[in-house]
Write a protein that binds this ligand. Structure first.
Ligand SMILES: NC(=O)c1ccc[n+]([C@@H]2O[C@H](COP(=O)([O-])OP(=O)(O)OC[C@H]3O[C@@H](n4cnc5c(N)ncnc54)[C@H](OP(=O)(O)O)[C@@H]3O)[C@@H](O)[C@H]2O)c1
Length: 280
């Protein structure tokens, strides 16, 4: 665990993920655009980089957990970005959820600097992020993945190696198509049952006992019953991810009618007053 490591993006997911790297003993330099979000990790033993360039200069491996394609490009290639500081031979581990096309382009651009990319988005929300039990879906050259396997193992319970750079993001977008569809159907099902006079908790008990049971339904359904609507997977990311799936479908010549409906539902949720969750 002696690899000098950087971590950029201390949001809902990144902060607990970075904390697991500190706990595992990695010498860690963290950075967040909004600087005060670094304070707790500094108290926990991380160093705080003065700039993205400094994070690059102090690291062999830099993990990213930022919002989207544009944020990754800013962080890496913007003025004084990570790439301006990271030496040849370094590795970027991008765990953000982005499009496959952007991930592949990032890999090409990093390659021009002699820097490797490990495409490693994750499934699991804030709770598995805190317990180090995320599921990583990885696209990388096998040797690059082996170099950062201990880094990933400090944050993830399971690592799936799926192919070259782009394969991780393709799996993540395809997987979130299922997740966002399931969340939408659960909401519709609970609403319908309630209108019919059913009790939500009893509905969930039935759902949990039948062959379409899912830990996702149990976890999210319980939060709904408890009135616990604290953002874990913010609407802005659910909308981004369903739009990524819809765009991927179009570019691949597929008609993904369900995901088109999910996009419309999340757009309606934003219009209905959940806009705060759309701000980055
Ligand atoms: N939440 C989940 O359940 C979940 C699960 C799996 C994967 N993901 C994915 O993981 C990523 C992070 O999710 P999150 O829930 O942690 O999101 P979040 O709480 O919104 O955090 C986003 C992070 O990205 C940073 N950022 C955004 N734009 C930036 C820019 N242009 N330059 C520099 N930094 C920028 C933010 O910095 P500021 O603090 O300055 O805004 C913040 O640190 C997203 O791609 C999301 O889709 C989320």
């Amino acid at each position: 665990m002696s690899t000098a490591t950087g971590f950029v993006g201390l949001g809902l997911m990144g902060e607990p993920m970075a904390r697991n790297l500190v706990r595992a003993g990695f010498p860690l330099t963290v950075y967040n655009r909004t600087r005060d979000k670094s304070a707790q990790l500094e108290a926990d033993g991380a160093s705080v980089g003065a700039s993205l360039r400094e994070v690059g200069e102090r690291s062999e491996v830099v993990v990213l957990m930022v919002s989207d394609d544009a944020a990754v490009a800013d962080v890496l290639f913007g003025a004084d970005g990570v790439v301006s500081g990271l030496a040849e031979g370094g590795v970027i581990v991008d765990m953000s959820t982005t499009s496959t096309e952007a991930m592949e382009e990032t890999g090409r651009r990093l390659g021009e600097h002699g820097i490797a990319l490990v495409d490693a988005p994750v499934f699991g929300s804030t709770e598995p992020a805190a317990t180090g039990e995320l599921w990583a879906v990885v696209g990388a050259e096998p040797g690059d993945l082996e170099r950062v396997r201990p880094t990933l193992e400090a944050m993830c319970g399971r690592i799936f190696a799926l192919g070259p750079v782009g394969a991780g993001s393709s799996m993540k977008v395809a997987g979130n198509l299922i997740v966002t569809g399931m969340l939408t159907l659960l909401a519709e099902s609970l609403s319908m049952g309630e209108r019919r006079g059913l009790d939500r908790a009893q509905m969930l008990e039935v759902v949990a006992a039948i062959d379409f049971a899912s830990p996702l339904y149990t976890a999210k359904g319980t939060q709904v019953i408890d009135g616990d609507f604290a953002p874990r997977f913010p609407l802005k990311h659910a909308l981004k991810d369903s739009r990524l799936a819809a765009a991927a479908g179009r570019s691949l010549g597929l008609q993904l009618r369900t995901v088109d409906g999910v996009v419309r539902d999340f757009e309606a949720a934003a219009e209905a007053g959940h806009r705060a969750q759309l701000e980055s």
